[in-house]
Ligand binder design. Sequence first.
Ligand code: NAD
Length: 331
Amino acid sequence: MADDSIVQRVAELRRELHYHNHRYYVMDDPVISDFDYDMLLQELRTIEEEHPELVTPDSPTHRIGGDPAEGFVQVEHRHTMLSLGNAFDDESLEAWYRRVRNLLDDADFSMTCELKIDGLAVSLVYEDGVFVQGATRGNGFVGENVTQNLRTIRSIPLVLQGDPPPYLEVRGEVYMPVESFRRLNEERAERGEQLFANPRNSGAGTIRQLDPKVTASRNMQIWAYSLGDAGDVPGLPDHWEALEWLKSLGFRINPNNRLCYTVEEVKDYYREFVERRHGLPYEVDGVVVKVNPFNYQSSLGVVGREPRWAVAYKFPAERAVTRLLEIGINV
Ligand code: NAD
């Protein structure tokens, strides 16, 4: 049984995390750094693992994102838009890999390594090749209808090429390029307006507001990173082939994606992008590793809010900054 101080700490962590989730997901205006947030969540997760009797269904460890904001029409996702488990070092990545291998009876499998784009997850629905609905992840089950805003993003195809199926749902990350963010803040400074804290929050805020003209003026972009649902498309055995197929339909697929066969190759990819991340024209906060074959993904399944077949290997925090540093006040 957990003693009183642990019960109290759990309550405190949940209260804080609920507050930060609201600031981040609903208001697009966080007050602590992602690193600090991740540490709070990690602490809660560790206590819950040691004291399973303290787990509640509404714990932040079990919830995805935030509830859809008022003012938006809500969209129910046909398939839940999940979160990802995290690895913060080589040991936890290797532990994930061993667990997966074990569950697959020691089978060999390929993995895709992708950059974890620091933006806003969206679901794009196409009917007969025409873009009909775009939504945010929201709480994973219900998101916000942001179709009109997404229509203004040039790299989101409005009509697909090739031979699209009658129904297609694609997922991707919408983001504000670093250069657009810099320019936007310069313009705001000239007008004496409050500056945005970082590209992630200004990008998310640009999509989660009600005027498509504002979105259109901010040069937003997308990287598509998975097939949500397309019914049965023949000849798509794995995630890598699905991405190739999405590219042929006109989606923007990140050229840095890489197919890996061993955990060593995954680590090399990670180390390469720890070095290269700041040379990229968009912000990334880690690497997403996904088991590639679809049949293995299905047998691994989902636990709670996370698929077992994927993990986000987060980049080391450069500075555990708070809002004070982010808005340019030296502490
Ligand atoms: P997650 O870490 O669970 O990862 C899932 C998300 O990764 C997806 O929804 C998608 O948006 C994104 N993603 C980017 N590239 C991808 C790719 N190639 N393949 C698949 N997914 C990709 O995301 P989450 O649950 O939104 O969030 C947690 C993140 O938000 C953490 O980094 C956390 O620090 C931050 N956060 C910060 C605060 C704060 O107050 N600072 C509060 C809440 C969350």
